[in-house]
Design a protein around this ligand. Structure first.
Ligand code: SF4
Ligand code: SF4
Length: 271
């Protein structure tokens, strides 16, 4: 691929591939920096994938047949941008305190981050349009089938394809900034170099260690420690939280499994 965006050459001067990547990374950072939220965030992470990466086709088998391909989100898709918004330490700490009770701060973080993910995508869309590209995104909460508990666009799986991290024993994605935070993604027709996708496990258990901190932290036993997640049990727990905290809005959250040893970064050694 040439450094310059060949697709746009006929319409005059345009940005180089590396400039578009920088524009995207800068936009994500600035939207998060300027967010007027009670929730605090650590610096975001951004990754890129080619829209025709065969791993997207694989999600129809791993997540569900309804899972979309990037071209279903945006006809003419060339790349997928994935971003992770890691929660600040105080948000994580607040949800660590009581095993059975989800902190208000965590529920507020869920709501505020849904909006923030939307704002990041809007900001990216505007900047990309200014540079001559189109984009489309799927909302943070996506389209979720209550019967199968499967989503038609898994932001977490997209993050793995874009090199942001690896799934842990808790079925969440561990990134270089841990797993306590939220993922968003956007599809664009800009041709961008995919990020390096490391195959190194970031979860201690998955790399042969003895950690099961996430399993112990789950208040309802939805994680069996052998790699299985009882989706029904997990969803009922999140629904119960949504009922208890309904005055905040709709907050089907729990997150007790993501506030342990890998919450803020990949755990490197056994304790
Ligand atoms: S808490 Fe331990 S076992 Fe669970 S995902 Fe994190 S590193 Fe893996
Ligand atoms: S989100 Fe809550 S209920 Fe679901 S697996 Fe994690 S700790 Fe268990």
């Amino acid at each position: 691929m040439s450094e310059r965006m060949s697709k746009r050459e006929e319409s005059g001067p345009t940005l180089s591939e590396s400039q578009v990547r920088e524009l995207i990374e800068r936009t994500v950072r600035s939207v998060v920096d300027e967010a007027d939220t009670a929730t605090t965030y650590r610096p975001p992470l951004v990754g890129f994938a080619a829209a025709d990466d065969p791993a997207f086709e694989g999600l129809k088998r791993l997540v569900g047949p309804e899972h979309m391909l990037p071209v279903d989100v945006l006809p003419g898709a060339a790349s997928v941008v994935s971003f992770f918004l890691p929660f600040g330490a105080e948000v994580v700490e607040a949800n660590r305190v009581r095993k059975g009770r989800v902190a208000r701060e965590w529920a507020v973080a869920y709501l505020e981050t849904n909006d923030l993910i939307g704002a990041v995508c809007e900001g990216l869309d505007e900047e990309l349009r200014g540079a001559g590209f189109t984009s489309a995104s799927v909302p943070a909460t996506g389209k979720f089938d209550r019967a199968t508990l499967a989503s038609d666009w898994s932001h977490k799986s997209v993050a793995v394809i874009a090199g942001l991290g690896r799934f842990g024993l808790h079925h969440m994605v561990i990134t270089q900034a841990g797993c306590a935070g939220r993922f968003g993604s956007l599809v664009t027709d800009a041709v961008l170099k995919p990020s390096y996708r490391s195959l190194r496990e970031l979860c201690i258990h998955m790399s042969g260690g003895t950690c099961k901190d996430c399993v112990t932290r789950c208040p309802v036993g939805a994680l069996n420690g052998a790699g299985d997640l009882d989706n029904e049990l997990c969803w009922s727990r999140c629904e119960a939280v949504a009922t208890r905290l309904s005055e905040l809005g709709r907050v089907p959250v729990c997150g007790k499994c993501v506030v342990g040893r890998c919450s803020m970064g990949p755990p490197s050694t056994e304790e």
